[in-house]
Ligand binder design. Sequence first.
Ligand SMILES: *Cc1c(COP(=O)(O)O)cnc(C)c1O
Length: 404
Amino acid sequence: MFQINDHYQKLPGSYLFSTIAKKVSAFTQEHPDRNVIRLGIGDVTQPIVPAVIKALHQAVDEMADADSFRGYAPDLGYDFLRRAIADHDYRARGCEIQEDEIFISDGAKSDSGNIQEIFSAECRIAVTDPVYPVYIDSNVMAGRCGVYDSAAQMWSNVIYMPCTRENGFVPEFPKETPDLIYLCIPNNPTGTTITKTQLQAWVDYANEKGAVIIYDAAYEAYITQADVAHSIYECNGARTCAIEIRSFSKNAGFTGVRLGFTVVPKTLLCGEVSLHGMWARRHGTKYNGAPYIIQRAGEAVYSAAGQAQLKEQIARYMKNAAVIKEGLSAAGYEVYGGVNAPYIWLKTPGKMSSWEFFDYLLENANVVGTPGSGFGPCGEGYFRLTAFGSYENTVAALERIRAM
Ligand SMILES: *Cc1c(COP(=O)(O)O)cnc(C)c1O
């Protein structure tokens, strides 16, 4: 008789977005006349820019011709894309990352979920609280997290690093020593960042403890402040302790197109064993490469026209972020984020819980956001709004919130 992977049974239900959908649908049924504005979405809304669409069309046409047709892509990615990434994302910023240290994939969710496979089941993970849930859930499935305490919403074997207004949303070194440290900077859900100096301290800590930092830089393109690192490899010593994960989803609108990559430096070793070699083996065994046409689209993201068009696209989202941030501040709210990320994290007023504020906002402003408590216990008493809506809706939502 077969047995299942019991660790899956330990996963608590993921009710956050389904509960939101149910509440919104109940509200719209009761009030069909109200125009509900959704600022809870974590998905981009602007279309793929023309330079990228042109490259996609060209690549599709190449597939129709026997001379330019391509079959299986190289497992680790086409050289043209790996070179563009190494040049633009790394060498241009003074980071010594080579083409062959870059592994092309279908996105950052898969990579951030899969990367734990190359580590021992005994490794202890440290995550920020609140957190992007994939880091924890993928480790639960692998049996690393112990037992779940549903009252505390915490796992017995996970090291939590609270990120709250009290510490300026900067994770502190934990009391217990972790083996794997997940950092998402700029952060989803809080929209906050840490400075390059603070990141350097984490790199030093990881090297000292023999830990690996899994660095999710999905929001790198939204950084506006000069003292925030665009890559962890801007820090000294990161090549011996850090894996960086990137995505084309938020910087180029590829959420439905699918493309990302992971950097594993060849100097990242466990004794004599190279993690680069292990990840290459894993990729080669379980993945047959991102589609050629999508990798050509990814290459176009780095073209001069692509870069210019995407800069404008991001600026449009960040204009929304400013509208939300300034509007909320003017209405007397305590707000964080929104400067280097498309997320605004607000403190709920008075003693309102995250879900009480959700209901209050839906009822009185007909605006939908995401309760902070859905991202971890330290998210309680906070609320996330996103800049991915249209400008008109964002302005209208803030007018309503200010009028509440
Ligand atoms: C959106 C997001 C991703 C997802 O990236 P994909 O490339 O679309 O899989 C990864 N990490 C964080 C923190 C995100 O918010």
